[in-house]
Design a protein around this ligand. Structure first.
Ligand code: ATP
Length: 357
């Protein structure tokens, strides 16, 4: 008896992918039936390397239960271009811009941004990182790109490459020994130029490490860059949380969707005895996520290896690709990607050319 397409489609429509909550039929690009062999291609809208096995098992089991004798499957990544929520025209080479911000300095925003970018890349996406932290550009050090300068080709900066990321930093252009004393408009001008005049190559995601704080510079950037979503990093102390709230409110004012909060340095695990302690308090990230109807995307412990690896130019996600801390970053990265994929997709006629003024 030959297999019925309708029967297989109905079986696929009853199973949902655990991350997106979309049924498998909606994710099916093609399905061919040849005798008892079903060849199927699923297109996932989020990078999925670490859950490919789980998705494959679900797919094969569903089709086998529906009568397939053999299943040939192909899982492909198709990241949609989301609509910038702040109504700035989308930049053609970049499908999604994610800004990583903190109300307060020193909470681990850059460390979190770089590890999230690396986690998205490890999951299979094309990713760039833009270090816009004018007051402490640390991405060059974290990516091991010491004393490097980007090439200029056709009046655009060529991003540097590190661990599969396309990287650009204000730090590549200023002298380490001369702290920046530019005033607001000059800073925003330089950052907009860095964003718009870098020759990004077909990115699924560009992660922007924003300057800390919620002043005019941050507000202008948020209004002028086509942002698909923001991630706010905070430590659990009340004071940092107050600043994180200001960050969320700033993004709301300019209609940027806050994808969620990452609580950094949430717990300390003693490296001698394994005792855990909430040095900076407990439950703060959860509380503000609830108060602002957003999500606690994840919690990272205060961990010596996170600092040592970032300082030595090989962040945790590349230094310990199979470790538990990397699993946290990958989980956060996938939640971010899934939330973006659930956004409205931008129609092609809305994709414009971003030109910094
Ligand atoms: N979870 C963590 N555990 C241990 N150390 C951490 C953690 N997160 C960040 N750090 C360390 O804390 C210091 C500050 O981190 P980072 O530079 O990422 O903060 P930031 O918020 O971007 O700071 P700034 O706003 O001043 O640029 C760095 O030395 C970093 O290695």
């Amino acid at each position: 008896m030959s297999l019925s397409r309708k029967h297989l489609e109905s079986a696929l429509s009853r199973q949902v992918d655990p991350w997106m909550g979309k049924d498998l039929l909606a994710l099916t690009e093609r399905m061919d039936i040849d005798g008892d062999l079903v060849s199927i291609q699923l297109a996932l809208p989020y990078p999925f390397a670490s859950c490919a096995g789980e998705l494959r098992d679900l797919l094969v089991q569903t089709l086998t239960d529906a009568g397939a004798g053999r299943v040939a499957y192909d899982l492909i990544l198709k990241v949609p271009r989301s609509k910038p929520t702040n109504n700035v025209e989308s930049a053609p080479p970049i499908k999604n811009v994610i800004v990583v911000a903190s109300g307060k300095g020193g909470v681990g925003k850059s460390t979190t941004a770089v590890n999230i970018a690396l986690a998205l890349a490890a999951e299979g996406a094309r990713v760039g990182i833009l270090d816009a932290d004018i007051y402490g550009p640390s991405i060059p050090t974290m990516l091991g790109l010491f004393n490097q300068r980007p090439e200029i080709r056709n009046e655009a900066f060529v991003p540097l490459q590190a661990y599969g990321l396309q990287a650009m930093s204000i730090g590549f252009l200023i002298d380490d020994n001369n702290p920046v004393v530019w005033r607001g408009p000059k800073v925003t001008g330089a950052l907009l130029q860095l964003f718009g005049q870098t020759a990004w190559q077909d990115l699924d995601y560009l992660v922007i490490d924003m300057p800390p704080g919620t002043g005019d510079i941050q507000l202008t950037l948020a209004q002028r860059i086509p942002v698909s979503g923001a991630v706010v990093v905070s430590t659990p102390q009340d004071i940092a949380l107050l600043d994180a709230k200001k960050g969320i409110e700033m993004f709301r004012k300019v209609n940027i969707d806050v994808l969620g909060v990452v609580e950094n340095m949430a717990l300390h695990v003693c490296s001698n005895c394994g005792h855990t302690e909430a040095i900076f308090g407990e439950g703060g990230g959860e509380r503000i996520a609830r108060e602002y109807q957003t999500e606690l995307l994840g919690q990272l412990p205060l961990n010596k290896s996170i600092r040592e690896q970032a300082d030595s130019g090989k962040p945790t996600v590349v230094a310990q690709p199979d470790g538990p801390l990397t699993a946290h970053y990958r989980h956060i990265a996938r939640r971010i990607a899934v939330k973006l994929a659930q956004h409205e997709v931008v129609p092609t006629n809305r994709i414009g050319f971003f030109s910094p003024k």
